[in-house]
Design a protein around this ligand. Structure first.
Ligand code: Q0N
Length: 286
């Protein structure tokens, strides 16, 4: 990338500056599990996530404007408008999983939302809830209540972020459920554009920013298998790996099985053959 300045590295993504108002986001094929990036890549994972995210951006522009300007021909790079990102993660939960289940089990609440008694792990919530989190410097994001979120972004922006996040989740969860994928929860990153308009950034509604569950295996009362990463987790567990870095290499069968699950999620949700995306990434925008 000789024409662009590298501005940030995520676990699985690189960000470059194209000009003062545009960024290039490059999704790698790296995969993380139990919060550790593995030494083995999943071919095309970055393209699947870029394609899916772009598909959602094209379909949710009437709910909230987004930062997407163009998908490059490589299928893994997107040009985006630069935003002033909010210092919170906009998490929406439709089901009780992860830290939501943990907090509920301990207190009966999730981020200040009091929930009915007697819910089981993975139960669907009576209605989706907005549970903002702060971006932790290291390790896990920290759930915060409404008052703390309002201190960080102000009441007005928080109310707008909540309403947009819930509307995005409700749209996507209903659409995905018809295609056999439950979106248990998801994280949005919003920012203000040059005109001060609240705008969706980052990647959205991908298996990396959400919990995707196969609907046909859904069974509340236990943790659910991950649509995309279950083979990786099962393999790592089978080794007795202690989840401290370095992570183990993945065998070819686990890589191929996992790649197939990412491609399956893309094809089920978009209704587009992944080969057609590789030939012309902009098919997801039409
Ligand atoms: C941006 N990130 C990565 C951890 C996660 N459109 C944009 N404009 C300005 N900045 C960003 C985007 C995008 N996408 C996104 N970093 C910068 C997500 N990070 C944000 C910080 O917390």
């Amino acid at each position: 990338m000789p024409e662009a300045t590298h501005v940030a590295s995520g676990k699985v993504r690189e960000i470059y500056e194209l000009d003062e108002s545009h960024l290039l986001l490059v999704a790698s094929d790296r995969i993380s599990t139990f919060d550790v990036v593995l030494p083995t890549e999943i071919p095309d994972k970055g393209r699947v996530l870029t394609g899916l995210s772009s598909f959602w951006f094209a379909r949710t522009g009437d709910i909230v404007p987004n930062h997407l300007v163009a998908i490059r021909a490589d299928g893994r790079s997107t040009e985006a408008r630069r935003l002033a990102m909010l210092p919170i993660e906009c998490v929406v939960r439709g089901y009780l999983a992860g830290s939501g289940w943990k907090d509920y089990s301990a207190t009966g609440e999730v981020c200040g939302h009091r929930l009915p008694a007697g819910l089981r792990e993975s139960d669907q919530l009576p209605a989706p809830i907005f549970t903002p989190a702060t971006k932790a410097q290291e390790g896990h994001d920290e759930n915060i209540d409404r008052a703390r979120a309002a201190e960080l972004v102000g009441d007005e922006i928080l109310a707008a972020a909540e309403q947009l996040s819930l509307a995005l989740y409700e749209h996507a969860a209903a659409y995905a459920a018809e295609r056999g994928i439950l979106i248990a929860d998801t994280k949005f990153e919003l920012g203000l554009d040059a005109d001060g308009v609240l705008t969706l950034g980052d990647e959205a509604l991908t298996p990396d920013s959400s919990r995707f569950w196969p609907a046909d295996e859904y069974e509340p009362g236990r943790g659910q298998p991950s649509f995309d990463k279950q083979y990786v987790r099962d393999y790592c567990e089978s080794l007795g790996w202690d989840k401290a870095p370095p992570a183990p290499e993945l065998p070819e069968a686990v890589v191929e099985g996992t790649r197939a699950r990412y491609v399956e999620a893309f094809e089920r949700l978009t209704g587009i053959r992944f080969a057609d995306y590789l030939a012309d990434p902009e098919v997801v925008l039409r």
